[in-house]
Design a binder for this molecule. Sequence first.
Ligand SMILES: C[S@@+](CC[C@H](N)C(=O)[O-])C[C@H]1O[C@@H](n2cnc3c(N)ncnc32)[C@H](O)[C@@H]1O
Length: 268
Amino acid sequence: MDNEIDYQDYHKALQFDQRVTRMGALDHMTSIIIDGLKPREEDRVLDMGTGTGRLGMVLHKKLPHGSVVGIDSGRGMLRVAREKIAKQNIDNFLLVRGMAETLPFLPAAFDSACLMLSFHHFTSPEKATAELHRVLKRKGYLFSLDPVLSEPADSDDRRLNEAIEEAFQEAHGPEFRFFTTSQLRGLYEAAGFSIDICQIHELNFDRKGIESVPMGPHWAQAYGNLAFRRQKDLLKKFEQNYFAFMTEGQKTVVTGKMRWATTKAMKG
Ligand SMILES: C[S@@+](CC[C@H](N)C(=O)[O-])C[C@H]1O[C@@H](n2cnc3c(N)ncnc32)[C@H](O)[C@@H]1O
């Protein structure tokens, strides 16, 4: 375990912040990753699934003698990232269009790697973890932050996880897949990483408007599907484990929690 960061404190701070906003949540996630990764000033860091460059735009400041390389398969996302980089004249945050499963980099090209909210999108998580292992230097770290589902204790839990996945796949395609922490561990270990931390964080929400929750419309879709099918037992579990949606005037009030896992792992 990494004793230098008090993850419990993050956990508690987030738990008590009942009024956290979507942007507040994303900023928190960015700082958790950077604090967890602890890059050295000269490091070359890979940001896999960089999107619009949210993480890289902060991370590059920690690397005055190094650089961040952000890779993403999405042309539109990279265009937004490129505009931000150009506007601020940043010269140590570079962008590459490509797939996590076939990284266009030489072996041992990076000191460390980070993944923010991207792992669950990859077509093949097995290939992506194998590629991460290949492009990292020996003893290089990866730090991943990704939403996770509750570890299923029985067949109802498994049905609920399947129903959530189904709703998200309707929006994002068949590759989209949330993992549990044991599945995440298994994937990284199978690729040859040793796990330092694999920990769940919870973020409580009590907000008006489903857009105020990250991926709120998809969570609402999953909830709506269960309600439509009158799966009352699963709805109850959904409310206990994830979110409840209530109408108040013109607005939907969302209460509940989002869970994500931080995983810190080393290439042995
Ligand atoms: C939810 S976004 C997260 C973006 C960014 N990390 C953030 O936190 O703002 C997921 C990103 O993963 C990218 N992505 C999905 N599948 C990918 C793949 N196979 N290889 C590389 N990038 C991928 C998407 O284009 C998208 O930009």
